[in-house]
Design a protein around this ligand. Structure first.
Ligand SMILES: Cc1cc2nc3c(=O)[nH]c(=O)nc-3n(C[C@H](O)[C@H](O)[C@H](O)COP(=O)(O)OP(=O)(O)OC[C@H]3O[C@@H](n4cnc5c(N)ncnc54)[C@H](O)[C@@H]3O)c2cc1C
Length: 477
């Protein structure tokens, strides 16, 4: 039987008449925006484990002389073509943004190999590379990769292998792989190159194509929030009406006959008609009782990588040649295995800071910054996208609303800010809530199409399960 968008939608919204009180767990972009949308109609309470709102939106205030600088240590950049919901939200909230520069540099073995992809001066920051056939061949290989990837995306080539296999299949040189493509990808996804090798190829190439990263020219203009990304959190709070419980980690969510029981780490219990888990997939899975774990089994396939971030002024964690300094600087010590990606964000360039000092945020530095130059140390976690996670991702919409539990988070997409916001926008649509800003008809159509796809995926999964059950058990030989 064919499923129509209306039928699918109605099935998903059927129980909402009874809902009055909703708990939202977390306060990153996903949870905070979900709370905002839902609070237009329901009584909403946010439970956040930290003593501040924002999750990965984390702007730190630093005093320099008589100025206060608001420096982003988490979410920093977006672009309009690939972040349509975030752009609409910023416009609605009148969040001021400004252009930024997304240049990228590689510094290997403390400057042994060093270049920046920004311009010719940067590409040949080490002048001896002008005469290096290896360096020239890497540049040609980068162009070959871009051509190959664009052709493969257009063709019916399967692309279901891992990125590592794809690079081998096309015999791309180790130099292009280890000194350009993987460092760039590892810096984008904040995970080591080994993990990037497992990334599903189609998703990887599609992301690179969408972000103009398969072009040398014609890349989208990146922007940053003026005065720090934390600005938009204040605006959401001013524009919405929900209760906030800070320093309130949720320990347990338990299925009840009529709703969900929520228990915080301090032992406080409360009952809600519905709960939105806006924390990471592994955290959501962790707090579920046994019944819920069975219903939400796909969540266990999302793994997260821990990353330590340092806000500091230690120039030792930048490329050794100033000509190579870029907004993103990938640092690598080839003598030891890369268990965590080391990348320095040059905040002066990214946020157009007018300061005396250079400020950097470094993820997983090979050597920690000088403590005297360290302003803040923060622990973050990023989703790891492998085949299992991507497969689980296709089942997420089908889990929505089971036993009164709803999900949102950037793990619904590629792990970026737009993905987190899109997950809560989709959640609002499932609840038949209009967004605070005007939606385009195309967006709505796309959502209906996604629902049909989810419904047919779920139906075929069930069909496969049933077929599996009917298979006779093979006698041991
Ligand atoms: C250093 C860094 C830089 C980044 N830069 C960019 C960028 O420039 N552009 C971009 O698009 N993306 C960027 N990202 C990706 C970023 O992770 C996503 O953009 C997005 O912010 C993730 O949002 P989220 O709401 O899904 O998760 P989070 O923001 O992580 O929110 C999850 C929330 O759940 C809370 N929580 C967890 N467990 C519990 C519990 N038991 N009880 C209560 N609360 C709980 C957490 O404290 C947190 O507030 C960056 C990430 C990092 C770490």
């Amino acid at each position: 039987m064919q499923t129509t968008p209306q039928q699918t939608h109605l099935e998903l919204v059927s129980d909402k008449e009874k809902v009055h009180r909703i708990a939202v767990v977390g306060s990153g972009i996903s949870a905070l925006s979900a709370a905002w949308f839902l609070s237009q109609r329901y009584e909403v309470e946010i439970f956040e484990k930290d003593d501040r709102l924002g999750g990965h939106t984390n702007t730190v205030s630093v005093a320099e002389n008589d100025k206060v600088l608001n420096i982003d240590t988490g979410f920093i950049v977006f672009n309009r073509p690939n972040y349509p919901n975030l752009t609409a939200m910023f416009e609605h909230l009148q969040v001021a943004t400004e252009n930024t520069d997304m240049s990228f540099a590689v510094s290997i073995d403390k400057g042994d190999l060093e270049y920046s992809g920004t311009n010719l001066n940067g590409l040949f920051a080490q002048r001896r590379n002008l005469l290096s056939p290896k360096h020239w061949s890497m540049i040609l290989e980068i162009m070959r990769f871009n051509r190959q990837a664009k052709n493969d995306l257009k063709s019916s080539y399967a692309l279901d292998q891992s990125l590592g296999v794809y690079l081998l299949e096309h015999e791309f040189s180790p130099a292009m792989r280890d000194h350009y493509r993987l460092p760039m990808a590892a810096a984008i996804w904040s995970c080591p190159v080994e993990t990037m090798m497992q990334f599903p190829t189609r998703s990887f190439l599609q992301f690179f194509a969408n972000h103009g990263l398969l072009n040398i020219e014609d890349r989208p203009q990146w922007e940053t929030v003026t005065n720090g990304s934390g600005t938009y959190i204040d605006k959401i709070i001013q524009n919405s009406d929900f209760k906030i419980h800070l320093s309130s980690p949720v320990d347990k969510v338990q299925k009840q006959a009529n709703g969900v029981k929520l228990t915080t780490a301090s032992g406080k219990q409360d009952y809600f008609d519905a709960v939105v888990l806006g924390c990471h997939a592994d955290q959501a899975w962790q707090m579920m009782d046994a019944d819920l774990k069975t219903e939400f089994a796909p969540l266990q396939h999302f793994e997260y990588q821990e990353n330590m971030a340092y806000l500091h002024t230690d120039l030792a964690l930048m490329p050794t040649r100033k000509a190579a300094w870029s907004s993103w600087n990938y640092l690598r010590d080839m003598q030891s295995p890369e268990t965590h990606v080391a990348v320095s964000y040059w905040m002066n360039q990214l946020q157009n800071l007018d300061t005396d000092q250079d400020y950097m945020v470094t993820l997983n530095p090979i050597d920690k910054p000088d403590p005297a130059k360290t302003l803040k140390e923060i622990r973050y976690e990023h989703p790891v996208f492998d085949k299992d996670a991507m497969q689980a991702q296709s089942q997420l919409m089908d889990l929505q609303g089971r036993s009164g539990i709803w999900l949102c988070g950037s793990y619904f997409g590629y792990g970026f800010h737009e993905d987190g916001l899109k997950s809560s926008v989709d959640l609002a649509r499932l609840w038949n809530l209009s967004l605070p800003w005007e939606e385009s008809e195309d967006d709505h159509k796309q959502f209906e199409l996604d629902l049909i796809r989810t419904a047919s995926n779920a139906a075929s999964d069930k069909h496969i399960d049933r077929q599996d059950e009917q298979q006779p058990i093979q006698a041991a030989s």
